[in-house]
Design a protein around this ligand. Structure first.
Ligand code: UDP
Length: 327
């Protein structure tokens, strides 16, 4: 069986990726420091606890498992936190990734799938966001991810490292079979925060700004189901194993939803009131982030058919009600 090293495999997206990898016949080896991840979510292959910054530990893991590829999810990923603690983002996301990339290259593991983000694009009025759009991030989260993209390109030129870079739009939903789901502590992402408010686990959702230049004044995002997202990663891995060139792919559906539209959809799916209040803008937020690319569909054959808003909310709601991690 082929091993794939999955950094962040105990986290939200990484744990779903491990499930998809196992279903596709790979053995996912989770490498995670459990700072934001959950040991309970490592269900589909071996677990190695470690830091990205620990080169000797990484070398030992590469030597033990001889992975055919790396899928690199481990990162700090909150826009608000990135604005207030940029140093942590640069150190963890860039320095940590650099150490990992050096270890992979030294071990001769030259296939690398990387979680990047639409936050690398920044604010572009009336521009279709495709893979050629200039990357002008508004926050240290996006900037740190852009820097890792640059490192991957340089290592590609110097050492033949092949990469598939996925620029995610907003990831939502959960495994419909309920084995893994989204669980951040504290939770900051829109849909889970909203479900916690609906369920009385927090007093209300605060809308971060209602004076944006959008039809209803709230930010617009493109939401993609986590199961569709991780399917793309398996396709990206096969792309690399087929010997194809390094490539960047947006992962979004091309449909934008405002915060108010997500609130309305959540109320409809759960048949419950969404308690919310209106607050100020969150620093670092772009007005609108919607993918304008069909590259992943055309070249990878990716079909994000679970990524409808009602389905994403229904799957997240089911997980919210039934799933949990003990720690
Ligand atoms: N958002 C909000 N209230 C919240 C959480 C998020 O209004 O409690 C907004 C946020 O400002 C952004 C959108 O919802 O416009 C999506 O935010 P999220 O943090 O889920 O993802 P991001 O776009 O930062 O990756």
């Amino acid at each position: 069986m082929s091993n794939v090293l999955v950094t962040g495999g105990a986290g939200y997206i990484g744990s779903h990726a491990c499930k998809a990898l196992k279903a596709a016949g790979f053995t996912p080896v989770t490498y995670d420091n459990l700072v934001t991840g959950w040991k309970d979510s490592v269900k589909f292959g071996p677990f190695e606890q470690g830091e990205l910054s620990d080169r000797s530990r990484l070398d030992a893991v590469f030597a033990q498992y001889q992975p055919v590829a790396v899928m690199h999810f481990a990162a700090l990923s909150q826009v608000g936190e990135a604005m207030s603690e940029p140093g942590r983002y640069w150190r963890n996301n860039v320095e940590g990734s650099l150490t990992l990339i050096e270890a992979a290259t030294a071990a001769g593991c030259l296939n690398f799938v990387f979680s990047s983000t639409c936050a690398t694009y920044g604010e572009h009025d009336n521009v279709v966001l495709d893979e050629g759009t200039p990357q002008e991030p508004l926050n240290a989260y996006g900037a740190s991810k852009r820097a890792v993209e640059d490192i991957l390109r340089d290592f590609g030129a110097a050492y033949g490292l092949k990469s598939v870079i996925f620029r995610y739009f907003n990831v939502a939903g959960a495994d419909p079979e309920g084995e893994v789901g989204e669980h951040h502590r504290p939770e900051t992402h829109l849909i889970p925060v909203m479900l916690e408010a609906i369920d009385g686990k927090r007093p209300a959702l605060t809308i971060n700004g209602t004076d944006y230049d959008t039809p209803d004044g709230t930010c617009i995002r493109d939401y993609v189901h986590v199961m569709d997202l991780v399917d793309a990663h398996v396709l990206g891995l096969k792309w690399l194993q087929d010997g194809k060139e390094s490539r960047v792919f947006n992962l979004g559906t091309g449909k934008g939803f405002s915060v108010r539209e997500v609130i309305d959809a959540s109320g409809a799916v759960t048949n419950r009131e969404v308690p919310y209040s209106e607050g100020p803008r969150r620093a670092g937020d772009a007005t609108k982030l919607v993918s304008g690319s069909t590259r992943a569909a055309a070249e990878l054959g990716w079909t994000p058919d679970r990524s409808t808003m009602p389905q994403m909310i229904a799957d997240a709601w089911r997980w919210h009600q039934n799933g949990h991690y003990e720690g």
